[in-house]
Design a protein around this ligand. Structure first.
Ligand code: ATP
Ligand code: MG
Length: 267
């Protein structure tokens, strides 16, 4: 039995392989002792770790685990998924939207880090809490799904007011920039505020990613990370914004397990 484990800032992703069967599990990073207890019950298992909390997890478990660098593990996992999903790509950007966002360029056989941004899943949770007081992830994303950010965000077309725009009018000119124009006539619900928070995160992640795609001459941007789980709105923002900016988005099923699968495959 083999375990590949990506212990990240917010979630611990686990891939278990046994007799060619793969299963996926996740725990909160605050539950790392539970993961250690689970591993203790499989003393004969091979364990491969990656992620920011890998070394700490190693200190809690009996197995002498293999460890790989998070970026290489994630790349290996993505390549494995792309092959299995019959969607091979040669040159592409991948954006790992985790607690924070890390962006990489893949040139056939290797990845290089192309940038990153502090806008990511952690910002959705933190800013979401500040705006609404909601700290439960599934309630937060369910609420956001009902929101509307039209009265909160300022679009290019709002500034040009019917005049011909030099760039697409649907592009956001200023996230949250419409608030002072609409505040006297509109009541913003918690759902609207959360939709706007997800909007700024999605658009920032996309902007940084497509700048990398342009710099490296890549057509596709592959998006992974648990931030897309239960958060169709984020996926929609990122997908539409990538297309609007002229690139091809690709979302991998189970992509949030790329690091966990990759470190297992590198072992
Ligand atoms: P990093 O790679 O930056 O160290 P990570 O690997 O822990 O962090 P991911 O697991 O890819 O990051 O994504 C974390 C994000 O996923 C959270 O910030 C949150 O937006 C989202 N998320 C999805 N499901 C949950 C959940 N059940 N509980 C908390 N956050 C969740
Ligand atoms: Mg991660």
């Amino acid at each position: 039995m083999k375990f590949g484990i990506d212990a990240g800032g917010t979630l611990i992703k686990i891939v278990k392989e046994e007799n060619n069967e793969r299963s996926y599990m996740k725990y909160l990073s605050t539950e790392i002792e539970k993961v250690a207890a689970m591993l203790e019950s499989y003393p004969e298992a091979s364990v491969a770790l990656t992620g920011g909390k890998a070394t700490y997890l190693q200190s809690l478990i009996p197995q002498e685990a293999f460890q790989s660098i998070e970026f290489d593990a994630t790349f290996k996992g993505i390549q494995t998924f792309l092959q299995q999903h019959d969607h091979p790509l040669e040159n592409y950007i991948f954006a790992n939207v985790g607690t924070g966002t890390s962006i990489h360029y893949v040139d056939g056989e290797q990845q290089v880090r192309a940038g990153g941004t502090g806008a990511g899943g952690g910002m959705i949770q933190g800013l979401g809490y500040l705006l609404t007081g909601e700290s439960d992830y599934s309630r937060l994303t369910a609420l956001a799904a009902q929101g509307d950010r039209d009265e909160i965000d300022l679009k290019v077309k709002h500034i040009y007011k019917g005049d011909k725009t030099p760039i697409p009018g649907e592009l956001t000119a200023a996230n949250f920039g419409r608030v002072l124009h609409t505040k006297d006539t509109v009541t913003y619900t918690d759902a609207d505020k959360l939709a706007a928070a997800i909007g700024v995160v999605g658009e920032t992640v996309t902007t940084v990613s497509i700048h990398a795609a342009r710099e490296f001459n890549a057509e596709y941007v592959v998006y992974i990370g648990s931030s897309f789980l239960d958060n169709e709105l984020l996926e929609k923002v990122v997908m539409n914004y990538t297309v609007l900016r002229g690139f091809k988005p690709y979302f991998i099923e189970n992509g949030e397990y790329s690091g966990a699968l990759g470190t297992l495959k590198l072992m």
